[in-house]
Design a protein around this ligand. Structure first.
Ligand code: GTP
Ligand code: MG
Length: 210
């Protein structure tokens, strides 16, 4: 038994499939009747790395050297259980105003209108206080009432003693319970099973839209 797993794997990955990318709110998207969970966060926050860890694949979601490049919502099918969507990172300073507004229209439309969307995993860098764009995103999620799980990424870069302080500060900052935040490291795998468990429990809940 590995150190990171204390019992049965809450999310065993049997089948994974990349379905395609959605480039505009009224553009292509898969028509598959499975619940959908989105993953969002600032550019470079470690989203692709977290998804790879979660799905136990080395390089399934592309880990980018060029932040802000992906402008599409990528759809993945996980087992016969759910669709995972990888949202383009926001808050990257070096993209044009036009790109940013295109992004906002795409994400806004997707989050508001996807019929089977049941929740979002929102990623925040564990080392820094939530940014202005993180706050904007949270306000939007609260506004539409989408169930939100928060993962604090790159936790391996914190001193273990700083953990509780950073988690408490981020929770306070976002108006959440510290229990709603999951420290995560794509390097060590810390938080992988907790996140998987939170996702599985979200999948067991009735849709927030009904
Ligand atoms: P974009 O798609 O470009 O917005 O980035 P992303 O959010 O998908 O981040 P990505 O997974 O590509 O990681 C960005 C950088 O952070 C890479 O250099 C990763 O190696 C590094 N990184 C990601 N997760 C971790 C982590 O848990 N710990 C450490 N130390 N580095 C990480
Ligand atoms: Mg990425």
């Amino acid at each position: 038994m590995s150190l990171e797993t204390h019992g049965a794997d809450p999310l065993v990955i049997r089948r994974l499939e990349f379905l395609g990318g959605m480039a505009s709110a009224d553009g292509w998207r898969p028509e598959i009747d499975l619940p959908e969970i989105a993953f969002g966060g600032r550019s470079n926050v470690g989203k692709s790395s977290l998804i790879n860890r979660l799905l136990r694949r080395k390089a399934f979601a592309r880990v980018s050297q060029y932040p802000g490049k992906t402008a599409e919502i990528n759809f993945y099918r996980v087992n016969d259980e759910f669709l995972l969507t990888d949202l383009p990172g926001y808050g990257y300073a070096r993209v044009s105003k036009e790109m940013r507004s295109r992004w906002a229209t795409l994400i806004d439309g997707y989050l508001r209108t996807s019929p089977r969307l049941i929740g979002i995993v929102q990623l925040i860098d564990a080392r820094h206080p939530p940014s202005e764009s993180d706050h904007d995103m949270f306000a939007f999620l609260a506004d539409i009432g989408l169930p939100t799980i928060v993962a604090l990424t790159k936790a391996d870069k914190l001193k273990p003693g700083d953990y509780p302080k950073r988690v408490a500060a981020a929770a306070r900052d976002l108006g959440l319970d510290p229990e709603q935040l999951i420290p995560f490291s794509a390097i060590t795998g810390a938080g992988r099973d907790e996140l998987a468990e939170a996702i599985v429990s979200l999948l067991g809940q009735p849709s927030w839209r009904t």
